[in-house]
Design a protein around this ligand. Structure first.
Ligand SMILES: [Zn+2]
Length: 258
């Protein structure tokens, strides 16, 4: 792996741009993609996220772009102007308009909410009984297939992000993986191999090995991302990803040439 396409900066919930770029250079990479969280939604949970967390890349991407250009002048590695865009099936028009205007180097699409709640919130999903949690996982995969079929994005970020939540983990079925893999095979959108929780409690990459097998059966390549938010996370996740790519005999691809 010589490029990481999923790093956050302080334009969303990561550290300063220069720190993240320096960490990528120190990790031996030739390029790093800055993919900050962004949404153009008027769903209440998303406007609340903007206000509570200050996720305002829809307003600040131009100044971030200037900063990236300036850092690129003094950096030995390539820096890409990416985005991790919130996806909702009802908002495809607004997302398309924004992405057309903003013209990022490449785009990640992400689904972080089901039933208006962030998928990371364990207490909310843990309070539901198993059949409800299964239905939620089913809804999640419907949304993932819609994201892939929308062709709005170069990459689908952490395509089974629900696995991060112990209350939703292990409920996805081969049928979900087959449906999602078939959608990827027919779309320009590529799945991300994401290391966001691979060295944490979850201990696996996204997608799970079974999901990755379904993708490999259809010759769908992956884009790699550490999902690092702190400089110290970049190098260790790059090395962990490299070992896994080696083990799976995978060659990651560049989302900007696909
Ligand atoms: Zn991310």
């Amino acid at each position: 792996m010589d490029r990481d396409y999923h790093v956050h900066s302080s334009y969303s919930d990561g550290r300063f741009l220069f720190q993240m770029v320096r960490a990528a250079a120190d990790a031996g990479l030739d390029g790093v993609g800055i993919a900050d969280h962004c949404n153009v939604s008027d769903r209440e949970e998303m406007t609340e996220q903007k206000h509570l967390l200050g996720f305002n890349l829809d307003q600040t991407y131009e100044r971030r772009r200037q900063a990236i250009d300036r850092l690129a002048e003094e950096s030995d590695i390539d820096i890409y102007d990416g985005v991790e865009m919130d996806y909702h099936p009802d908002e495809e028009g607004a997302i398309a308009d924004f992405l057309d205007d903003a013209d990022f180097d490449y785009t990640l699409g992400a689904i972080d909410h089901v039933e208006t709640v962030n998928v990371h919130v364990e207490a909310y999903f843990g309070s539901k009984d198993e059949s409800e949690r299964e239905r939620i996982v089913d809804d999640y995969f419907d949304r993932l297939v819609a994201l892939v079929e929308s062709e709005l994005f170069d990459v689908a970020a952490h395509p089974d992000v629900i696995e991060r939540n112990p209350a939703l983990r292990g409920l996805a079925t081969d049928d979900h993986y087959e449906r999602a893999a078939a959608a990827f095979a027919d779309s320009r959108t590529l799945p991300e191999l994401n290391a966001g929780r691979a060295l944490a409690e979850y201990g696996e990459f996204h997608p799970t090995p079974d999901f990755l097998n379904a993708l490999a059966d259809r010759d769908v390549p992956v884009v790699v991302g550490t999902d690092a938010h702190k400089p110290g996370e970049v190098g260790e996740r790059v090395r962990h990803l490299e070992r896994y790519l080696d083990k799976r005999n995978l060659q990651p691809v560049d989302p900007m040439v696909e």
